[in-house]
Design a binder for this molecule. Structure first.
Ligand SMILES: Cc1ncc(COP(=O)(O)O)c(C=O)c1O
Length: 373
């Protein structure tokens, strides 16, 4: 195990950044690796090219280890949405999902249903947006074949109960968008059939670093509709078109970006060295700090207070008249957050320092003292 302190110190960005749920400034090790590998690819030496290409295997292995699954069930993707599209387009029958899901799911599901005619979308619209086992149980029908859900909701920060959802859906497919949680919280991935994520937020690996896991049940039941020439066993398929691979390789289109794989592998190694459990504990403390300040200045928080029901997102929902002044105060104090539809999404990472939290407290204090009740 690596040292948590060293990991925390690797957060070398400027104070004020609280937008890890949108984009993660790249880790120092990732930046170094990218520079070195770019030079290797410039040399024209086959040993150098092979070295960079090997990061694809390494990244898949690290994803598999973190999830405790088989490596041949993990494939790299240009982004998380591509993995989700492979899953959604290959389904038949009822697909249940929340209306409030990130559009990776809602748009793919709608397009797939329109294009293929074999999918029936079963929308969930709980008032608080939380896709709980009870919400799913009440909406299940005989036609439901799969449930697609975010592990952590990008708006509210609610962390879904994968084991509870599995219990309710029986042996139907559970497709999980793990973008807002992967590597940050210990999740029960064994309860899922498909898990998609990427490296450009919490993992600090930059864009192009998507990945997807397809478990046994998914491999059996999800037709590789979007499978491309790299989705076959063996070499380049010329003069014939073989069947798609029987492994998760089937859910790929073209060759992977080896530089992106290098960045992803480096970022995942950082996480694996420290351990997800240690990161989760630290992250719960940082989100707890954000909630503490929100409570202190009377700003409503819609993210669950129980640490096991959140990850790195804390969403504030001020009264409508307070939203703009609060957002302005945060901006004036040099803080970066996401402001959307009257809500303010605050997303610290484990390396978010006391200086940033102090600025956050100051911004809330300034807003609060100017507020007219
Ligand atoms: C929950 C969730 N899913 C998917 C995505 C999009 O992922 P990608 O850009 O890797 O396709 C995002 C991006 O913000 C997200 O928050």
């Amino acid at each position: 195990m690596g040292d948590l302190e060293t990991y925390l110190q690797s957060f070398d960005g400027e104070p004020g950044y609280l937008d890890w749920a949108a984009f993660g400034p790249l880790a120092p090790a990732v930046r170094e690796e990218a520079q070195g590998d770019t030079e290797l690819l410039g040399s024209g030496r086959s040993a150098g090219i092979r070295l960079v290409t090997d990061h694809v295997r390494e990244a898949r292995e690290l994803v598999a280890d973190l999830m405790d699954v088989a490596m041949d069930q993990v494939v790299l993707q240009p982004s998380a949405t591509y993995g989700l599209m492979h899953a959604v387009y290959g389904l038949e029958g009822g697909l249940m999902l929340g209306r409030g899901e990130f559009p990776s799911l809602t748009v793919a599901a709608t397009r797939a249903a329109d294009a293929l005619g074999s999918l029936e979308l079963q929308w969930l619209e709980p008032p608080d947006g939380r896709i709980t086992p009870d919400v799913v149980r009440a909406a299940l029908t005989e036609r439901t074949r799969a449930l697609a859900v975010s592990l952590v909701d990008f708006r509210t920060g609610y962390r879904a109960d994968l084991a509870g959802l599995r219990e309710v859906i029986g042996d139907r497919l559970l497709i999980v968008d793990a973008v807002q949680a992967f590597g940050m919280v210990d999740a029960d991935y064994g309860a899922a059939d498909v898990v998609c994520g990427h490296g450009y937020k919490w993992l600090r690996a930059g864009r192009g670093t998507g990945f997807a896991w397809f478990g046994d049940r998914a491999l059996e039941r999800i037709t590789p509709v979007l499978s491309g020439f790299r989705g076959v066993e063996g070499d380049l398929p010329v003069d014939e078109v073989p069947a798609p691979a029987r492994s998760a390789q089937a859910y790929t289109v073209s060759g992977p970006d080896t530089l992106a794989a290098a960045r992803l592998a480096t970022a995942l190694r950082d996480v694996a060295d420290v351990g997800v459990a240690a990161i989760e504990t630290e992250l719960a403390a940082r989100t707890g700090d954000v909630i503490f300040f929100a409570d202190r200045y009377g700003i409503p928080v819609i993210t669950p207070r129980e640490p096991e029901q959140r990850a790195g997102i804390v969403t504030l929902e001020p009264a409508p008249r307070d939203a703009a002044p609060l957002a302005a105060s945060l901006a004036n104090h040099g803080l970066t957050v996401t402001v959307r539809a009257g809500r303010i999404r605050v997303a610290p990472h484990v390396g978010t320092g006391a200086d940033t939290l102090r600025l956050f407290g100051d911004a809330l204090a300034a807003f609060s003292s100017a507020r007219t009740w």
